[in-house]
Design a protein around this ligand. Structure first.
Ligand code: SME
Length: 175
């Protein structure tokens, strides 16, 4: 169940989630995923669900300068809901960190974006990046992209946590 500080008002407008102070790793992502599942429950619109999940990631995961989605549209990644500076609109499969994740279907955890061949710089502040494919019935339907201004920001716990989040919300994103 959600903690007392986390209230969901499905018939109202208030979504009050908060990570517990000092929560890290699996515990943090467990909370994030439960909050995301509560938020997307019953909402069929994929864009609305991606918008709320991007906002939750921003609230729960520290040290980010960009968090959001690119959606697979006719074989190209197209910018989806996000928090951060305006970003490139379309990314070809195989291009940059996002296009590599979408093409391979594999999580890309990049400790230093400047060392990643073909990295696409949308915000000069970005130093490290985590991109996780969102899959439905085995097909990549979107990617979740997190950027940090800190090198080496993303650890295996972050990759596994965002992968679990992607699996949990995939049906709500595909809608
Ligand atoms: N850095 C990404 C592009 C998207 S922005 O970071 C938001 C990439 O190389 O695919």
């Amino acid at each position: 169940m959600l903690a007392a500080t986390e209230t969901v008002h499905h018939n109202g407008v208030m979504f009050d989630f908060a990570p517990e102070a000092g929560a890290t790793g699996p515990e943090l992502y467990d909370k994030l995923i439960r909050a995301a599942e509560a938020l997307v429950a019953g909402e069929p619109d994929g864009v609305a669900n991606m918008a709320n999940v991007a906002a939750l990631i921003w609230q729960f995961v520290p040290d980010l300068n960009w968090a959001g989605f690119y959606r697979m549209v006719d074989g190209v990644l197209v910018l989806g809901p996000f928090i951060g500076k305006p970003a490139c609109l379309r990314i070809a499969l195989g291009s940059g960190v996002c296009g590599t994740a979408a093409l391979t279907g594999e999580t890309q955890c990049v400790a230093d974006v400047h060392a990643f061949p073909g990295h696409i710089a949308c915000d000069a502040a970005s130093e490290s990046e985590l991109v996780v494919p969102v899959k439905l019935a085995g097909a990549v339907i979107a990617v979740i992209d997190l950027d940090s201004p800190r090198k080496d920001r993303f650890l295996p716990d972050d990759a596994r946590g965002i992968e679990a989040l992607a699996a949990a919300i995939a049906p709500a994103v595909g809608g």
